[in-house]
Ligand binder design. Structure first.
Ligand code: SF4
Ligand code: SF4
Length: 225
């Protein structure tokens, strides 16, 4: 899921002031931001209370199913069109993709981020998240025992360990085992080796921005770039 954290409230106030907004509509997200406790209903209501306490008028709020779903968010916005029309700005408690989806849905109105999007991560336990994948577009987990070297090695080395590894521990994140030691151990446990060939350099052309995948075109043999 996309991990988000609350945006500094002072910045939220500044961005509302920059567009002279005194009336605000708040949008949350029913998926990642709800699980992360950053943009679900309780957080949206807390933001509403805070804004009202600071003298803003909150014209309404919504927490749709998935903030980054284009048609879903358009539908959700239509349901609240009167409240959105009455607002000077929309504050979105969702990841950057959700903010942009909302910005497309209500083009004539300033749409402002209420969260910081930090990474694609795993939920380790309630309120604790870890980055496990940088979405490189060319996954090597089949060769690395299901441990991502691109993400879990701070240097992103593919064929480590680096010279700084000491006693199995990482020289950068000194409280953690070296990712490459873990990879090696896991492969040994599975009776496998990484093979004689080192992993080739990453093909970062697969990570060209902005990313786009059209699975429908791929299924029909068309251009899926
Ligand atoms: S190699 Fe790592 S960063 Fe790339 S897709 Fe696989 S898990 Fe994600
Ligand atoms: S010690 Fe291991 S995990 Fe840490 S930076 Fe070096 S290779 Fe990467």
């Amino acid at each position: 899921m996309i991990i988000t954290r609350p945006r500094d409230w002072e910045r939220i106030r500044e961005q509302l002031a920059a567009v002279s907004a005194s009336r605000v509509f708040i949008v949350g997200c029913g998926q990642c931001a709800t699980v992360a406790n950053t943009g679900g209903e309780p957080e949206v209501l807390a933001a509403k209370e805070r804004l009202v306490g600071e003298g803003f008028e909150v014209t309404g709020w919504s927490v749709g199913e998935v903030a980054c779903h284009t048609s879903g968010q358009r539908l959700e916005s239509r349901k609240h069109s009167g409240e959105i029309d009455a607002a000077d700005a929309v504050l979105v408690l969702a990841c950057g993709a959700g903010v942009q989806t909302m910005a497309d849905a209500v083009e004539g109105k300033p749409v402002l981020p209420g969260l910081e999007s930090v990474f694609l991560g795993n939920v380790v336990r309630h309120g604790v998240f870890e980055e496990r994948c940088q979405m490189c577009g060319d996954c090597v987990l089949d060769r690395t025992g299901g441990i991502c070297p691109v993400t879990t090695c701070p240097k992103g080395l593919l064929n480590g360990p680096c010279g700084g590894m000491w006693n199995g521990m990482c020289e950068v994140l000194t409280d953690r085992e070296c990712a490459h030691v873990r990879i090696r151990q896991r492969l040994i446990e599975q009776g496998r080796s990484r093979g004689a060939e080192p992993l080739p350099p990453k093909d970062y052309s697969k990570k060209l921005k902005p990313g786009r995948v059209d699975l429908r075109a791929e299924r029909h043999g068309g251009d899926a770039s």
